[in-house]
Design a protein around this ligand. Structure first.
Ligand SMILES: CSC[C@H]1O[C@@H](n2cnc3c(O)ncnc32)[C@H](O)[C@@H]1O
Ligand SMILES: [Zn+2]
Length: 424
């Protein structure tokens, strides 16, 4: 398929920042083949009128549990421990693969509607989120959540499932994989090292939750005599590509360890604040050179899957808490949701920016939406005023998967009726 987006404004990466310029975008198959330079003899199958539109790289949600979208608003206003161990895990025990597929599809609809074209997911029903992503046409990085011990049948079984899933979907270009030990409080050290060895062998990143709550950090200090980050480092987990969700309760020594070039941190501001855990010290991490990305976590804790909201929060909470308006800029937030995320996935040369040779993963926004006007500073509009409703059309791997807010592959009616049928 050949697509030409004619005369839009385009968000381009320029050095440490962004520039917005008018430019035609030419797409052939899965790639952007030109931005701004006329391609002779290009006969598009589709021409999209870009007048009064802004094209941005599709946003990348770096920490999700999409199957959990069916648990939205079922466990609110309770502490983290009550939320996870008493409210969520018992529901997960009863969940069917069909529920998981439905939850993942609902989550994908919400993400596409708000300009997300790729997500990094930890899940517990293999083949469900994977299938939902492929069916919807969205890009995903998938990890079977792992818990247990290296010599225990349950733990072994979960690793076998992770490998089975990777093998089954290895030829699907929309998908990549992670090895995903859930957390040090649900996995033994030996088990996490086993997962890490497989990740090295398979050449995939690790994906893990670390230092989310005070309870977790205090327990780890009691049990291992060190913080969860120091413990993960002592096991060698930080010396290979690793995507770490949360990192809320970290000290200066932890931040020094997180600044390793193999490590990416995913901050989940809404989920962390809603569960009463606070928020990660992002300004200190940025200063130390940590690769910071941004995620929503699941809809059971967030309760939304909208990266525009998270970009706004990651800037506002630090300005507010530190009394420093210069901390965490709009540009930094937008980098977290695009280029930094691509780097964390090992895809800095193909995802996260609009440039020749990059994957055609794009969101087209309406610049006439009231919250996008006046056009004094479009990067500020994206971080501080956009809410996702301006996203009209989404392209992933060169395919239009949402056009004028209608999905081209997802049967919305079916999703709606199945979701309503499960309402409590
Ligand atoms: C085995 S799949 C993932 C596992 O993680 C749980 N989970 C979801 N969000 C969080 C979070 O913020 N911290 C810790 N664990 C979380 C989810 O309920 C599944 O059991
Ligand atoms: Zn999580």
């Amino acid at each position: 398929m050949k697509i030409k987006i004619e005369s839009p404004q385009v968000l381009l990466s320029e050095g440490e920042g962004f520039a917005v310029r008018p430019a035609d975008i030419y797409i052939e198959e899965d790639k952007i083949i030109s931005v701004g330079e006329k391609v002779t003899d290009f006969v598009p199958d589709r021409t999209i009128d870009g007048t009064d539109k802004l094209v941005i790289p599709g946003l990348i949600n770096m920490h999700t549990h999409n199957y959990m979208t069916v648990f939205r608003n079922l466990a609110d206003d309770v502490s983290f421990n009550e939320w996870l161990f008493e409210r969520v895990m018992p529901r997960e025990d009863k969940m069917t693969p069909e529920d998981a597929y439905l939850g993942a599809t609902l989550g994908i609809m919400e993400m596409l509607r708000s300009g997300t074209t790729c997500f990094n997911d930890m899940q517990m029903h293999i083949h469900q989120t994977t299938k939902a992503a492929v069916d919807a046409g969205i890009r995903a990085s998938i990890g079977r959540g792992l818990s247990g011990d290296a010599d225990e049948e349950g733990g072994e079984m979960r690793i076998r499932q992770a490998l089975e899933e990777m093998e089954a979907w290895k030829d699907e270009p929309l998908l990549t994989f992670t090895m995903a030990p859930h957390a040090p409080y649900t996995c033994t050290g030996k088990y996490m090292q086993k997962a890490a060895a497989i990740a090295r062998e398979k050449n995939v990143p690790l994906h893990i939750h670390l230092s989310e709550s005070t309870f977790e950090v205090e327990n780890m200090k009691k049990e291992q005599g060190m913080s969860p980050i120091a413990y993960a480092d002592s096991l060698g987990l930080l010396d290979q590509p690793v995507i770490i969700a949360h990192c809320v309760k970290v000290d200066d020594e932890d931040i020094r360890l997180l600044a390793k070039p193999t490590v990416s941190v995913v901050t989940n501001p809404a989920s962390n604040m809603k569960l009463g855990n606070g928020f990660a010290p992002i300004p200190k991490m940025l200063e130390a050179g940590v690769n910071v990305c941004i995620g929503t976590d699941g809809a059971a804790s967030n309760n939304a899957l909208n990266l525009f909201r998270e970009m706004g929060l990651v800037t506002l909470i630090h300005k507010g808490a530190m009394g420093d308006a210069e901390s965490v800029s709009a540009v930094q937030a937008l980098k977290m949701a695009t280029e930094n995320a691509a780097k964390a996935l090992g895809r800095a040369d193909s995802l996260g920016r609009i440039a020749k040779g990059y994957q055609a993963d794009l969101a087209i926004l309406d610049l006439n939406a009231p919250q996008m006007m006046p056009r004094n500073n479009i990067v500020s509009s994206l971080t501080y005023s956009a809410n996702g409703s301006e996203v009209e059309t989404v392209i992933v791997r060169g395919e239009i998967v949402m056009e004028n807010r209608r999905f081209t592959r997802i049967d919305e009616e079916w999703v709606r009726s199945e979701v309503r049928r499960r309402e409590v």
